[in-house]
Ligand binder design. Structure first.
Ligand SMILES: *[C@@H]1O[C@H](CO)[C@@H](O)[C@H](O)[C@H]1NC(C)=O
Ligand SMILES: *[C@@H]1O[C@H](CO)[C@@H](O)[C@H](O)[C@H]1NC(C)=O
Ligand SMILES: *[C@@H]1O[C@H](CO)[C@@H](O)[C@H](O)[C@H]1NC(C)=O
Length: 363
């Protein structure tokens, strides 16, 4: 509105003063009238045509939203770029039973590259994570890898070592079972759903769709069970495609039947498969390992071809357990499949940073 008034005043000044200035250049009255009229008409034409052209502010806004969009999508692409520093501990760990894992110090951070640093990723402390997840419903569904991710997340929002955490841990690790907890202080509901096969994940998503109740954060991850029990990479790919089409129809959605008008879609993640490393104790099993390794790559290809991941145009943001486990290395696993907590902690921090990027938040 103000802009229009300013423009009007400016136009009036131009119409009035430009011909007067010209009069100073000894133009005749007729010519001044002519210039006045011509200016008036062209300004009027401009004013009336303006609405049909995008205004400068619109152009600026669209450019900056492209920039923001670029920033978001490129930071999501970079969020898994972390490096590991694994080295023997200087002193023997005290009070432990000499698990190999206790003898190594594992540190990780985002790589120190300009483009990654520009995204300002950071490890979140308990209070920042609590703020971010306050009041939300988080679902982690999948196999044992997913269970470890759920454990890491709880470790962050409950005090690790606290009584609440110890009892949560005991319940969470009941074999092949579901687990639910409400973290009262922040009103966060966390469900772990035991879903070892991709069909189990698809069924779960279908239930959410039917009930029209969606978690705020949904982390899915399977693969190992299919690989070990079915061993058919192309069937795995087909199952993932089914899962993708069901997940894609999840959101965005609005308004809810209860009258609230929030337009939001769940934040969706895929918990990648770990790399299986060859442990010295398994050397005798090398043939088995080599064939498993080939199968692993076939499964990884099926995952890519299913286009379920964001990087291939799909709905799920990858938590790149593959790269974390590969870079953390053999010092980070006891059985070659399940890894040190540090790996799953990294996955949780990657997830939280992706949430921050997606919701344009800065801490
Ligand atoms: C060490 O292992 C033994 C038996 O495996 C167990 O009873 C004991 O509690 C463990 N100690 C610690 C400190 O974990
Ligand atoms: C969570 O949000 C509620 C209200 O939205 C607020 O009262 C509470 O202090 C928050 N808790 C934390 C830990 O941020
Ligand atoms: C998961 O799917 C498999 C195969 O479809 C089925 O046999 C099993 O009962 C399902 N498990 C759960 C926990 O739903």
């Amino acid at each position: 509105m103000l802009g229009a008034i300013h423009f009007g005043v400016l136009a009036a000044c131009v119409v009035l003063f430009v011909p007067m200035a010209m009069a100073g250049w000894h133009l005749s009255r007729h010519k001044i009238l002519f210039f006045s009229g011509a200016l008036f008409i062209s300004l009027a034409v401009c004013v009336h045509l303006t609405p049909y052209f995008p205004s400068v502010s619109d152009i600026v806004a669209s450019v900056s939203s492209v920039v923001v969009y670029d920033h978001r999508s490129s930071c999501i692409n970079l969020v898994n770029e972390i490096t590991w520093d694994v080295k023997p501990k200087p002193a023997e760990p005290a009070g432990k039973n000499g698990s190999k894992l206790d003898y190594f110090e594992k540190n990780w951070d985002w790589v120190k590259l300009r483009k990654v640093m520009d995204c300002e990723f950071q490890k979140l402390g308990k209070s920042d994570a609590s703020d971010l997840l306050n009041g939300s419903w988080v679902v982690v569904a999948g196999d044992s890898q997913a269970r470890f991710v759920a454990l890491s997340l709880l470790n962050l929002v409950l005090d690790s070592g606290s009584e609440a955490m110890e009892s949560a841990k005991a319940d969470l690790f009941k074999r092949h079972s579901d687990y639910n907890i409400l973290v009262k202080e922040i009103g966060m509901k966390l469900d772990f759903v035991w879903a070892p096969y991709e069909t189990n994940l698809t069924d779960l998503v279908i239930v959410y769709k039917k009930e029209r109740k969606y978690p705020d954060v949904l982390m899915l991850g399977t693969g190992l069970w299919h690989m070990l029990h079915v061993n058919d990479a192309s069937d795995y790919g087909d199952q993932l495609k089914k899962l993708r089409s069901n997940v894609e129809s999840l959101g965005p959605f609005s308004p809810e039947q209860d009258g609230s008008v929030s337009v939001r879609s769940p934040h969706l993640f895929w918990i990648g498969m770990p790399v299986e490393v060859l442990l010295p104790t398994e050397l005798f099993n090398q043939m088995w390992f080599v064939s498993l390794n080939t199968v692993w790559h076939a499964y990884d290809r099926s995952l890519g071809e299913s286009k379920i991941l964001r990087q291939t145009g799909g709905p799920l943001i990858l938590l790149d357990i593959q790269s974390f486990t590969w870079n953390c290395g053999p010092q980070c696993t006891l059985d070659g499949m399940h890894y040190d907590g540090a790996v799953y902690d990294a996955a949780v921090h990657v997830m939280l940073n992706a949430l921050l990027v997606e919701s344009h938040q800065r801490l």
